[in-house]
Design a protein around this ligand. Structure first.
Ligand code: ADP
Ligand code: ZN
Ligand code: ZN
Length: 731
């Protein structure tokens, strides 16, 4: 019987088309079925969203309905929870359902036509042993159901042997696992670097896979660079038992065919473990019962284009959703979520304080490698304009002579420039907000990104009259050169001059250069490594004993209220690169040190850092946020407009704000005036933004939903585009 189907197609966010279009098919198809459909002159992939009741009149009836072209291959339909998740993401992040749902699928699924896909989906020759649809009760209890026997037909793969090869858990690890098991709330694993968090992840996954042959786990990491490392550990642990195909990766560094392959394996349930970056949160995993988000504080989990979703927040939502949905046998099985970090986001930290999440603590480093000693260099007492202070230079020379490596890093990225006076300490604070005003070079103004208050840049320091007021934090491009000068006379133990290598976005533009540079470091061919944040993450440097932050002060007084939180995490992480190999450090007669060059040595952030005391830092920072009414106490959205002129961009935002009065939720949402963005002109496009703030997520959501149509209809001449960023990470 012919049926009318509501099908979600990739409509752009602001096309004005509805979220689903009606098509005709020879017979009803299950919701979640992938189909090829005509759209305008093209053919595109669509997802069946619902089937219209036979009696019901077709909607939007402009003439006869078009027919679907084909059903895609042999794929089982996307699950209800998957569809719920993308629908939620579209609604929450203010994008069209079609855009979000289709973007969540691998590109080849969208791009290949039905015939090409059918070819790819053609069943492979059957494996030597049947692997699917084996009832759980037929599986011997001591033996994983999908044990693939490529290597070894029957002996050695049993679970006991598997566990023997693994390490004995520390008391902290065992306690964390136990507490996780006895409490169904989302959990935050707060573990020092090197406390064995990864081992906890491995154990959780291990237990899950053993429990049920259909269960699947999703493990996320923030950066592509970190996936090979993690993949290796998971493959080592699980491939011998479950076969190579049980572990798949998903990230943007993979080729489209690889991504399709991983996706299909996850969708079919043959991949039991999916490892990936933020995009993996949308993987179709019918047996998903565990989600792990490693380094959950990392800003990379926030997508910065299209639907600006937070993969961490989506993970928590998804787990909740999956838990409420009965499985094939009609049983409710919890899907658990674990967030892990040494320096959790204040959002997750406060969720623990409020009892929404369960915190699991692992404070001790395994192997008794000490956390580095923190040494602050008071730059007020150093030669004026010194970029690297003499005591630090001396320490670098000492390490050099002793054959140890040093790592110098600059956090130059991402902080909006704040002006300051080096003589009296004046900074371009906003008189109306607990925020610093941002220096806009283009028209030499200071603007508050919170309230919009604007003044021309003063000629001289308003406090002391000093004529030399400067952006906080210096230009750092020449640091490598400068370092070479400073170390010119110094030699290594073998009499050779120091070898300095710089790693940043510029030196690693070409594929493979980062890897080869890192290999140089690991091989000991480098004495001093200079880099940006890039070098602080995850790397297991064995001979680095000294890490130095050259210019962290900018982040203490940034216009971005999250800058101190990021700085603390960054410094902890960077410090974690020093003295990783305790026996090496001891053998050298050395010790791990983290040096901080600062003009604010007594700043509470550095005091807490010195004690490696994240908890007191978080408590103090949360108190500050509470006072200022900032997230996680309040909720924000940012609306951005791009236009031919700054006036048009701002007028669009201000007009839309004026038209928003009386909308649902409006009384609980503060709309600040439009301001130019920090980088206000890009490729001749003028950019402006407006901040929205509300004490409740609900009111903000209600307001944004009601505001969308207003924004759509306010389209002045010269406006290029606008977009909404919900829960923005930078304002
Ligand atoms: P994290 O992820 O918290 O930084 P890892 O899981 O990488 O820490 O563990 C740090 C080191 O300790 C690794 O070399 C790991 O193999 C080792 N390790 C983890 N758990 C144990 C354990 N229970 N016993 C001995 N070594 C362990
Ligand atoms: Zn001054
Ligand atoms: Zn202000």
């Amino acid at each position: 019987m012919p049926a009318v189907l509501q099908i979600v197609v990739p409509t752009p966010a602001h096309s004005g088309l509805g979220d689903a279009l009606s098509y005709q098919a020879p017979a009803a198809l299950a919701p979640g079925t992938l189909v090829r459909v005509p759209l305008g002159q093209r053919e595109t992939l669509g997802i069946v969203w619902s089937v219209q009741d036979p009696g019901q009149q077709a909607e939007g009836g402009h003439g006869p309905l078009r027919d679907i072209v084909a059903v895609v291959g042999d794929l089982s339909p996307l699950s209800d929870t998957w569809r719920q998740m993308v629908a939620f993401a579209a609604q929450y992040y203010q994008r069209s359902l079609g855009e979000v749902a289709l973007a969540a699928l691998p590109p080849q699924l969208r791009e290949l036509n039905a015939e090409q896909l059918a070819r790819r989906l053609k069943p492979k020759p059957p494996p030597r042993k049947p692997k699917k649809n084996r009832p759980a009760d037929e599986v011997p209890a001591t033996r994983p159901a999908e044990a693939d026997t490529d290597t070894d037909a029957d002996a050695g793969t049993d679970v006991a042997a598997q566990n023997d090869s693994a390490v004995t858990l520390t008391a902290e690890q065992a306690a964390a696992l136990q507490h996780f098991a006895e409490d169904e709330r989302p959990a935050l694993l707060w573990g020092a670097t090197g406390s064995g968090k990864t081992e906890v992840y491995l154990r959780l996954v291990e237990e899950l896979l053993l429990r049920d042959p259909s269960h699947q786990a999703l493990v996320m990491v923030p950066e592509i660079n970190l996936t090979p490392q993690l993949e290796q550990r998971f493959v080592e642990r699980f491939a011998p038992v479950y076969g190579e195909q049980a572990v798949v990766s998903m990230h943007s560094g993979m080729t489209p065919p690889q991504r399709l392959k991983s996706w299909l394996a996850a969708h079919a349930g043959t991949a039991r473990i999916v490892l990936g970056t933020r995009m993996a949160v949308f993987a179709s995993m019918p047996g998903l019962r565990l989600i792990i988000v490693d380094e959950e504080h990392d800003p990379s989990y926030k997508q910065q284009e299209g639907a600006r979703y937070s993969a961490r927040d989506m993970a928590v939502y998804r787990a909740h959703q999956e838990s409420r949905h009965p499985d094939a046998d009609g049983a409710l099985q919890p899907c658990r979520v674990l967030l892990g970090s040494a320096t959790p986001s204040l959002e997750s930290w406060s969720a623990c304080e409020r009892g929404r999440y369960r915190r699991l603590d692992m404070p001790s480093r395994i192997g008794a490698g000490d956390l580095p000693t923190v040494r602050r260099v008071d730059m007020n007492h150093q030669p004026r304009r010194a970029i690297i202070a003499p005591p630090l230079v001396a320490a670098l020379r000492e390490r050099l002579a002793n054959g140890e490596q040093s790592l110098i890093f600059l956090n130059r990225r991402g902080y909006a420039p704040v002006l300051h006076c080096a003589d009296c300490g004046w900074k371009s604070e906003c008189p109306h907000c607990s925020a610093f005003r941002v220096f806009h070079k283009i028209d030499r103004t200071l603007r508050c990104h919170h309230c919009g208050f604007t003044e021309r840049v003063p000629h001289a320091c308003p406090a002391c009259g000093n004529l030399d007021i400067q952006p906080l934090g210096r230009g750092t491009e020449r640091i490598e050169e400068h370092l070479a000068e400073l170390l010119a006379g110094a030699t290594r133990a073998d009499g050779q001059p120091a070898r300095i290598v710089r790693i940043d976005a510029d030196t690693t533009k070409h594929k493979g250069t980062l890897e080869s540079q890192l290999a140089q470091v690991h091989a000991g061919d480098v004495d001093v490594l200079v880099g940006t944040q890039m070098v602080t993450k995850g790397h297991d440097f064995r001979r680095v004993t000294l890490v130095a932050a050259i210019n962290p002060d900018g982040a203490l007084f940034s216009s971005d209220f999250r800058a101190p939180e990021r700085l603390f995490a960054l410094l902890m992480q960077a410090g974690g690169r020093a003295g990783r190999d305790a026996s090496y450090t001891r053998a050298q007669g050395s010790r791990a040190e983290l040096w901080i060059q600062t003009t604010y040595p007594a700043h509470p952030l550095f005091e807490a850092l010195k004690r490696h005391d994240f908890a007191s830092f978080a408590t103090e920072e949360l108190r500050e946020r509470q006072r200022a009414g900032l997230p996680p106490v309040a909720f924000q959205a940012l609306i951005r407009a791009d236009a031919r002129s700054q006036e048009v961009a701002q007028a669009f935002l201000n007009d839309a704000a004026a038209a928003a009065q009386g909308l649902p939720g409006a009384t609980e949402v503060t709309l600040y005036p439009a301001v130019p963005m920090t980088i206000q002109r890009v490729a001749n496009v003028e950019r402006a933004q407006m901040l929205l703030e509300s004490p409740t997520r609900m009111a903000l959501q209600r307001f944004l939903a009601a505001w969308q149509p207003v924004l759509h209809t306010t389209r002045p001449k010269g406006l290029i585009r606008w977009l909404v960023d919900v829960d923005p990470l930078a304002i």
